[in-house]
Design a protein around this ligand. Structure first.
Ligand SMILES: NC(=O)c1ccc[n+]([C@@H]2O[C@H](COP(=O)([O-])OP(=O)(O)OC[C@H]3O[C@@H](n4cnc5c(N)ncnc54)[C@H](O)[C@@H]3O)[C@@H](O)[C@H]2O)c1
Length: 387
């Protein structure tokens, strides 16, 4: 297999995890990092072991040694970077969201079409071995027909008024905060595991902390405020808590809540699918266990153990039973699926491996979030997901 060169635009919290993940594949070279300035790019390139550093993403996407561009900037830049990368003939792996609005995402879907290039979005929970096991179990009829999908995605890193992020500024994060940031993961996971599509939503949104202290200096994502940097008070115009009722294309119903102001919940993503025969539940904070609920026999906990997984999904587990696999391993599985597809030279419209979320999936995520916002704006009415 020939070597593939990657370059990454944005190396804050998640960017380095893209680099770690692709490094583990063994056939990807970390060519370049683009940052918000020459200086920060140079620093990050040194830390990440990249050969080149650029203070402008346009130079990175024009570099002939870069074959795949990873996008890990704040959301508002995703469209410009991805569009420029595609125009320069590069494959793109965009962190979610694909773009800040559904209209922008749609344009990227169209730009990718017929380009012969590969485009992917990192809905990384798909890469967990037990998520693939759950998906396989639902597809093979273990739980019968899905009737009710429910769960939540709760975090606590925005609990205090001194907590702050660009995610709270619509100009940088988009029109939604909690829903766009983590609700989009729940929706992708629910659709991926069940094989269903969300058709209608009804949202109830609120801003628990309507005014926050915006730091005067820069702060990496998820960093807490230093005493010296409590900042100026600003109004918050996006939701930090939301509950959503959901309808799926087979008639199944669902509900989920998202919030980043829920103490004690660190990265607490839970999905349960109840079916006509059994139920199945996966929880990110206990990601090496899959709960299977029965009516006429004892409920089960399936531990992540390659020998107990279905042969079709065993390749997503890389350690024997009892050896915990985690977030970064799932991220690597995602990259293995995407880069495997790129390396195989298959046409972009060929069947994708399961953990590979496409630009269409990214577009659908934008449409779903926008439908929830629209539902809430109209006072909480059922709203169709139009895409
Ligand atoms: N898939 C996931 O689970 C996951 C997790 C975290 C973040 N994300 C996504 O990744 C993206 C980045 O999030 P983060 O948490 O890493 O944010 P972050 O603020 O920690 O990092 C963003 C980086 O982009 C840099 N940047 C800003 N403007 C730039 C420019 N013009 N050119 C190059 N770099 C620039 C910033 O300096 C910073 O280092 C977001 O879109 C977010 O939604 C996804």
């Amino acid at each position: 297999m020939g070597r593939i060169g990657m370059g990454i635009v944005g190396a804050g919290f998640v960017g380095p995890h893209h680099v770690d993940a692709v490094r583990r594949l063994g056939y990807v070279d970390i060519v370049a990092v683009a940052g918000s300035s020459e200086e920060s790019a140079r620093q990050k390139a040194e830390q990440l072991g990249a050969r080149k550093a650029y203070g402008d993403f346009k130079a990175l996407v024009a570099d002939p040694d870069v074959h795949v561009v990873h996008v890990a900037t704040p959301n508002y830049l995703h469209y410009a970077v991805t569009s420029e990368a595609l125009a320069n003939g590069k494959h793109v792996i965009s962190d979610k969201p694909l773009a800040a609005t559904a209209a922008e995402s749609k344009r990227l879907v169209e730009q990718l079409k017929d380009s012969g290039l590969v485009g992917a979005v990192t809905f990384n929970y798909r890469g967990n071995p037990l998520v693939q096991q759950a998906r396989h179990a639902v597809a093979s009829g273990l739980i019968g027909t899905p009737t009710f999908l429910h769960g939540y995605y709760l975090q606590d890193w925005l609990l205090y008024e001194t907590d702050y992020s660009w995610r709270l500024e619509p100009e940088k994060g988009g029109a939604s905060s909690a829903l766009g940031d983590i609700g989009s993961h729940w929706c992708d996971l629910a659709q991926h595991v069940s094989g269903l599509r969300i058709t209608h939503v009804l949202g109830d949104l609120t801003t628990v902390i309507p005014r926050r202290k915006k730091p005067r200096g820069s702060r990496e994502a998820f960093q807490t405020a230093a005493d010296a940097d409590r900042g100026d008070t600003v109004d918050i115009r996006v939701e930090d808590l939301a509950s959503v009722l959901v309808r799926f294309d087979n008639g199944a119903r669902g509900s989920f809540s998202v919030g980043q102001v829920c103490a004690g919940h660190k990265n607490d993503l839970v999905l349960e699918v109840c079916g006509s025969k059994a139920s199945i539940r996966w929880r990110q904070e206990h990601q090496n266990e899959l709960w299977i609920g029965h009516r006429e026999k004892a409920n089960e906990i399936l531990q992540k153990d390659p020998s107990l997984l279905d042969p079709a999904v065993r390749g997503y587990a890389h350690l024997p039973g009892g050896h915990q696999e985690a977030w970064a391993d799932a991220f690597c599985n995602l990259m293995r699926d995407i880069y495997g597809f790129i390396a195989s030279g298959q046409k972009a419209d060929a069947a994708h491996p399961p953990a590979f979320a496409t630009f269409e999936d990214g577009y659908r995520a934008n449409c779903t979030v926008e439908a929830i916002l629209e539902s809430a704006r109209r006072g909480g009415v059922w709203t169709a997901v139009a895409c």
